[in-house]
Design a protein around this ligand. Structure first.
Ligand code: SRM
Ligand code: SF4
Length: 577
């Protein structure tokens, strides 16, 4: 492959000397708030995106001013586990260096927004001193490894956690550049996910100097609790357990990924396909084989075509399996029968099975911030300071407060209520399940609002659901500011995806369990008409559904086209033609 054809990111990676590039010098240069294109690309591997405040950009331009440049920092936090001390310290850092809020992401970690260049090094250093990291938070590398966050003290959950932790450490980059750039070469010795240092001449024996062709995502789960949408990952590792918790091995499903561009059919969302059974002793070599396959065969010319999903879709599962067998050095079994997919609700009070409880607190759009009516940040801080409980971040942007004694339950709830925090009992399932991505004003890719309009939209949808008496139904609605798929809009019952600043594409027919993609029925629904568009669909669902039939399943059975027609008949709007 000639060098000329490779994407510019490939050259940047190769010339960076294992992700070092000129980052240290550029970050130290405070004569400009900006960084070069090369540093922009490399910073992602260090867990940061450089961008600007999109709210003020136009007005500032009119006034002849430059944009308000800022950085986003994303931590790595395998399985979303945080101690109370880490959480409280991170909360302080969000005030000191960011915009006074933290954002739980759809991959069980935290982001900080609006960080100035001068504050980047102290923030990342402090995060490391908390025995956390940002290395590999973004970039062409294995991202935060997600697993079921529930702190249930049984063999199955212990095994999921142990595997997720093992892989998080094994798949982490080994380069020392990160420490040179942010910690002046010092390595925080107790960081639990620091991989064994490379022993040979190659500093990155698994990834090589150009790392992966694109981001690479791993989920470690079990089908009967697919609470983190494992099939949206490049590699979904599905643990198989016997009735009494005995671990039987894994089914590997490959090629999940959701990013696409509107009206560019060459890009599409795709769910991971089952490829092979992996025995318990083969977890590491089999995972390495998948990484190597994508490393060596992923498209390094066209980044829009670089995810593993395109290889799986184009070459087929048989080719994938045979290629993996060559990397592993032995024949692999076909996937074994597995439990049916289900999603367990981890919000509300749940038994940990060790005489303690965990409380799943729904956090709207994952935004930990104080607002007039709801002081989520202060409430969480007080309860965590008072009870010192560890916590977990979930893939639907919520928090699980762990290890609560029966005698403490009332007081914990009282504190949260005092700050106006809404708990599961005070919400409809739709509101509780609603996921919205960050979008404006920080996301450079956003075509439309998401997080900031989630609250009013939920209110409008709630009114429509109540009108049809379906407000108590479990339904997954996901709102994205663009088609990249960060809140996983293509696997919910309903996906609402930013199209232009004022309009959204509407998707229906996915399933709550995260095993089926939904389908687009309208391309440009004005924001003000989204609830109107859902109205005839909910009416039809209420009238024609089978007992207990979920919305997405109903749409599939009744026919997506027929559901669309019902909207077109009911609403004579241009967008509904
Ligand atoms: Fe994402 C890019 C936010 C989960 C698919 N995502 C971005 C960027 C970095 C925008 C950019 O490239 O300039 C967003 C930063 C916004 C901001 O201002 O903070 C962004 N993605 C997020 C988060 C924070 C959404 C959220 O509201 O929680 C999630 C962070 C996860 C994490 O902690 O690592 C997030 N992104 C996802 C997911 C869901 C998942 O992984 O389960 C997906 C779909 C699955 C997948 O990977 O395909 C996802 N993000 C993308 C894509 C499309 C990738 C593709 O293959 O085409 C992009 C764009 C890109 O990479 O070019 C993207
Ligand atoms: Fe940004 Fe689009 Fe991802 Fe939303 S879906 S955070 S708008 S890239």
């Amino acid at each position: 492959m000639s060098d000329i054809k490779l994407s510019k990111q490939e050259t940047t990676k190769r010339e960076s000397c294992y992700l070092k590039g000129g980052i240290a010098g550029e970050m130290a240069d405070l004569s400009t708030p900006k960084v070069s294109d090369a540093a922009y690309e490399l910073l992602k591997f260090h867990g940061s995106y450089f961008g600007y405040d999109r709210d003020s950009a136009t007005e500032r331009k009119q006034r002849g001013l430059d944009k308000e440049y800022e950085f986003m920092v994303r931590m790595k936090c395998p399985g979303g586990r945080l101690t109370a001390a880490q959480y409280i310290a991170l909360d302080c850092l969000s005030d000191k260096y960011a915009n006074g809020s933290m954002r739980i992401t759809t991959r069980e970690t935290l982001q900080f927004h609006c960080i100035k260049k001068v504050d980047m090094k102290p923030l990342i250093r402090d995060i490391n001193l908390l025995l956390l990291s940002t290395l590999g938070g973004c970039g062409d590398i294995t991202r935060n490894i997600i697993t079921c966050p529930a702190p249930i003290k049984d063999g199955e959950h212990a095994k999921l956690e142990a595997d997720a932790f093992l892989l998080a450490k094994h798949c982490a980059p080994k380069t020392t550049s990160y420490y040179e750039v942010w910690l002046d070469g010092e390595v925080v010795a107790d960081y639990p996910f620091r991989p064994e240092p490379a022993t040979g001449v190659n500093p990155e024996p698994l990834y090589g100097e150009t790392y992966m062709p694109r981001k690479f995502k791993i989920a470690v789960g079990a089908p009967d609790d697919n609470c983190m949408d494992a099939l949206c990952n490049d590699l979904a590792i599905l643990s198989l357990f016997e009735n009494h918790g005995k671990h039987l091995g894994y089914n590997f499903a490959l090629g999940g990924g959701l990013g696409m561009n509107h009206n560019q059919p060459k890009t599409y969302p795709y769910l991971a396909k089952p490829v092979m059974y992996v025995s318990p002793d083969m977890l590491i070599p089999a995972t390495e084989a998948v990484i190597k396959l994508q490393r060596d065969h992923g498209d390094r010319i066209e980044r829009k075509h670089a995810r593993l999903k395109y290889i799986v879709a184009e070459k087929g599962v048989q080719w994938i399996k045979e290629t993996l067998e060559r990397y592993i050095g032995r024949a692999m079994e076909d996937p074994r029968p597995q439990a049916a997919y289900a999603v367990v609700d981890h919000t509300g009070w749940n038994d940990q099975l060790d005489d303690k409880w965990f409380l799943g607190v729904p956090i709207p759009s994952g935004r930990i911030v104080d607002r007039d009516h709801e002081a989520i940040r202060s409430g969480l801080r007080e309860v965590i300071l008072e009870y010192g409980m560890d916590l977990r971040l979930t893939a639907d942007q919520n928090i699980l407060l762990c290890d609560i004694e029966t005698s403490e339950k009332g007081a914990v709830e009282q504190i949260l209520h005092k700050y106006g925090i809404t708990l599961k009992e005070d919400m409809t399932p739709m509101e509780k399940n609603f996921i919205a991505c960050v979008a404006l004003p920080t996301c450079g890719k956003a075509l439309a609002e998401a997080e900031r309009i989630a609250h009013p939209l939920i209110g409008e949808i709630d009114a429509v659901m109540r009108r049809h008496g379906v407000q108590d139904e479990n339904i997954a609605i996901r709102l994205a500011g663009c088609p990249n798929g960060c809140p996983r809009p293509y696997v919910g019952d309903i996906g609402i995806v930013g199209r232009t600043p004022e309009t959204y594409a509407l998707y229906i027919g996915g399933d709550f369990e995260g095993t089926r993609l939904n389908e687009k029925i309208f391309d440009k629904v004005p924001f003000s008409a989204i609830a109107d568009a859902l109205d005839p669909m909910f009416a039809l669902w209420k009238e024609k559904r089978n007992a207990g039939e979920a919305f997405g399943n109903f749409c599939q059975r009744y026919g997506i086209a027929a559901v669309k027609q019902a909207v077109m008949d009911a609403l004579e709007m241009d967008w509904a033609k």
